[in-house]
Design a protein around this ligand. Structure first.
Ligand SMILES: [Zn+2]
Length: 476
């Protein structure tokens, strides 16, 4: 059956590698991924998947499914495709060289993720039909991961309910997976203050400054830092406020990220909400808070992660050409990291034994709705770091193409293991039930909360035509 799967992957690899290249060219920021989403869903439809678009009110989100037989398990696959601001970079260039100055680029490797998952499920579909195995395969197209503003809304709306297992994925410099409790939960919200404008010189007593309110709120939250848990994080960015000193500003806003472990994030948020309230009281302004995103910590399923890892050892790492090794070493020289070439490791990480990671992922919500583990597949040069131009440079290359095939083989074999060894799914389920008994899913986003669909619209309107001109891409 493995050979059947590998043949089915090999036959389709070219098509889905070209798809990853196209998504790299599109370089669409969160919620503007109209072309990327369309290209992935069209490819899945061509292979016989049924596609629903516009999930949870997000036009670029989708759900694509295929069922063979009756009563089989439902396996989910998470697929991201958003780019990052400011990381435009020429493919294969080993020194900083943007395609478009300050333009967006795939510096987190999301361009190969949806195509890799699509390659996996299309090959699996062929195996299910030939071997008459019952299962439902569901790909979730999840936009705007970089805003952490998608999967939390989908989880709130029940999109991930009823899944037996979920394979998440991420492009990386290694082949690996992990298990256990990881990362921080996150609340992302805008705090807006409304005051009263006045001439700052002649009639300042009539004004109520929204900018003062922002400053006083920050003063309050900065003093919280000494009195919070070591794992907790607060960061803020003032987005607008004072544009001229001689006008008392009647509007100012600041964007907050609050990160913490799940059981205490709401307590920390409440203390910050009171800082906003206090700042408004002190300045005679009014405050308003709008949630942009919220997500839980990540609880990766050990039984599923171990199944992935066994298949990683089976599949092994790709063979690289001398040219690819030279590219890797040259890039490593630029980055000032050891010039080891494509020295790709295979790893299984127990989160409890590693250092605490204070960042967040919106996969967290999925891990509390269904047993989930993440497949990290090798698409970039060891030593290059996510969210840098160096990753963008790697993400349209033979190295990335090979990593996609490796990832699809590992994911595909793991699904076949789930379908053919019933004890595995029992183990996965039992562990998941114990996890959610201890750490239940809590609804962080209320019914009124909406994904910030327009967040990157203006930037993309500027950069899309510039990228099209340089790369020859278009809406077609
Ligand atoms: Zn990422």
């Amino acid at each position: 059956m493995s050979q059947l799967l590998f043949d089915a992957i090999d036959r389709r690899a070219g098509k889905f590698q070209a798809l990853a290249d196209r998504i790299w060219d599109f370089a669409e920021l969160g919620f503007t991924e109209t072309r990327s989403s369309r290209a992935v869903t069209q490819a899945l439809e061509e292979e016989g998947f049924t596609v629903n678009r516009g999930i949870s009110g997000m036009p670029t989100a989708f759900r694509a499914s295929y069922t063979h037989g009756e009563g089989g398990p439902v396996i989910g696959f998470l697929a991201e495709y958003d780019a990052l601001p400011m990381l435009s970079q020429e493919a294969g260039a080993t020194t900083p060289s943007p395609v478009v100055e300050n333009g967006p680029g795939h510096g987190c490797g999301h361009n190969s993720m949806a195509p890799m998952q699509a390659l996996t499920v299309c090959a699996l579909k062929e195996v299910l039909e030939k071997e008459d195995l019952a299962a439902t395969l569901v790909v979730f197209g999840t936009p705007a991961e970089e805003l952490l503003a998608c999967k939390g809304f989908m989880a709130r709306d029940g999109v991930f309910d009823g899944l037996d297992a979920v394979i998440d994925c991420h492009s990386n410099s290694f082949l690996g997976t992990s298990f256990g409790l990881q990362n921080n939960a996150l609340f992302s919200f805008l705090v807006e203050f409304y005051g009263k404008t006045a001439h700052a010189g002649s009639r300042p007593w009539e004004g109520r400054s929204a900018a003062d309110a922002v400053e006083l709120m920050h003063a309050g939250t900065e003093r919280l830092r000494e009195h919070m848990l070591p794992e907790q994080r607060i960061h803020w960015a003032t987005l607008s406020g004072i544009s001229a000193p001689n006008v008392v500003p009647d509007y100012a806003r600041t964007w907050y990220y609050v990160r913490s472990q799940d059981p205490v994030i709401q307590d920390l948020y409440e203390r910050i909400r009171l800082c906003a309230r206090g700042a408004a009281l002190m300045t005679g302004t009014k405050e308003s808070i709008t949630f942009l995103a919220a997500c839980h910590q990540r609880y990766s399923n050990e039984a599923l992660a171990r199944a992935l890892y066994r298949n990683m050892l089976k599949v092994g790492i790709p063979e690289y050409t001398e040219e690819e090794q030279t590219f890797a070493r040259t890039l490593q020289r630029t980055l000032g990291v050891p010039e080891v070439g494509m020295d790709v490791k295979i790893t299984l990480e127990d989160a409890a034994k590693g250092p605490f990671k204070g960042d967040s992922s919106d996969v967290g919500d999925v891990t509390l709705k269904a047993p989930t583990a993440s497949l990290q597949f090798p698409t970039w040069v060891p030593g290059a770091k996510a969210h840098t131009w160096a990753v963008t440079a790697c993400q349209r290359s033979g190295i990335m193409h090979k990593g996609m095939v490796t990832g699809a083989r590992v994911g595909g074999l793991t699904v076949l293991d789930i379908l053919t060894s019933p004890g595995l799914l029992d183990d996965i389920r039992r562990e998941f039930q114990a996890t959610v008994a201890e750490h239940p899913y809590v609804r962080y986003l209320n019914d009124e909360a909406r994904p910030p669909l327009a967040w990157h619209e203006k930037d993309m309107a500027v950069f899309r035509p510039l990228l099209d001109e340089k790369l020859g891409t278009s809406d077609e």
